[in-house]
Design a protein around this ligand. Sequence first.
Ligand SMILES: Cc1cc2nc3c(=O)[nH]c(=O)nc-3n(C[C@H](O)[C@H](O)[C@H](O)COP(=O)(O)O)c2cc1C
Length: 426
Amino acid sequence: MADLRTNFAGIDSPNPFWLASGPPTNTYGQVAKAFDQGWGGAVWKTIGEPIINVFSRYGAVDLGQNRMMGFNNIELISDRPIADNLKEIAEVKRNYPKHAVIASLMVESKREAWHEMVKQTEDTGADGIELNFGCPHGMSERGMGSAVGQVPDYTCQIVEWVKEVATIPVIVKLTPNVTDITYIARAAVKGGADALSLINTINSIVGVDLTTFEPQPSVAGKSSHGGYCGPAVKPIALHLVSAVAGDPVVKIPISGIGGIASWRDAAEFIALGAGTLQVCTAVMHYGFRIVEDLIGGHRTIADIRGRALPKVTKWEELDLNYHLLAHIDQDKCIKCELCWTACEDGAHQAIRRVPRNNGGPVVEIIEEACVGCNLCAAVCPVQDCITMRQVPNDYAPVTWKEYAAGKGKLAPRSEQFHTATWGTRA
Ligand SMILES: Cc1cc2nc3c(=O)[nH]c(=O)nc-3n(C[C@H](O)[C@H](O)[C@H](O)COP(=O)(O)O)c2cc1C
């Protein structure tokens, strides 16, 4: 078995795969079972003043046959007494000393209240504290959760209060519901955070029932915005992790969260700078057993950590003289003409239908019109039927920044303005 032991901001775990704070980490029984099945750590379901939840808490977005492509919840923090949660955290830690057990906290925005809660948490032997500044519903109306995490000064202030008494690492969990996450990340660093985790859920309404006009999930005919997560949010999470990991001021470890379900998802987060990974929705969907795939796909983590980060850049630094051309493999083409329709109506009219004597027309790329946008390859239902190929040219790379400053030369194809309708009207 590969050695995936991880040290994250001073917290040791057998591997970097942790359960994110949520329903799968609500009880001793669940967390113990997860550790037995291979999870390296768990962030306990957020503890605070116990709350009362509504019935009907989750909503899902399906895509064709794929259930729960996106998932939404209007659940609040733990509805169990603080003392029960702390007792079970202590028990887990006692029985699984090598695993990472993190207490997620959400407390009234008062210094004494935070001090008290942090001290009680440390008495359990937990390895770290995660501050939930991200919950987008219910708690934010009470001045907690994202109400804190959306304001840099509040974030900094509360992290400072926590760090006044904490002796174990403090992870600040960030909300994506902000204009620029790096401001909040920097505020957490200024307050003394040892690590960051992101993302919490995204504000959302998952749908409206068009017979009753009730937004989903409906609670006695009404609903409220909730937190979106699951596979649909992974691209947003990857971007925000890269923004924070690439920020020159942040420089503290990052735990990546959002839509992780497979080792490939995890690897992408690691390549963008994450040190540990947290999973919630995929476990709610498929159970703890998915950890086998997460672990099985990795030999080492160090090899890929941050490898994609230097490749994330600003648009103005991309090479304008890099040219692609779509290529259709006629042997694989099933003549559905979806590429033609998409390009004709939705892009650059760079595919033509060529009539044949026997059989229907074939589709062909109009090379002079193709801008290499990738749309045809994206819509084509046949794997590798349409591929994008680089077209070499004699021009040196030139960025928009250089070009705008009068430096560098654009290849004629780079200057091609879309003034003509090339496509056939067949
Ligand atoms: C039903 C549900 C309850 C959640 N409860 C909490 C919570 O109590 N505290 C917290 O920090 N995050 C909570 N989350 C957010 C998750 O920890 C995670 O940040 C988010 O769901 C994105 O990850 P995922 O796509 O793997 O689910 C909850 C998520 C779900 C779906």
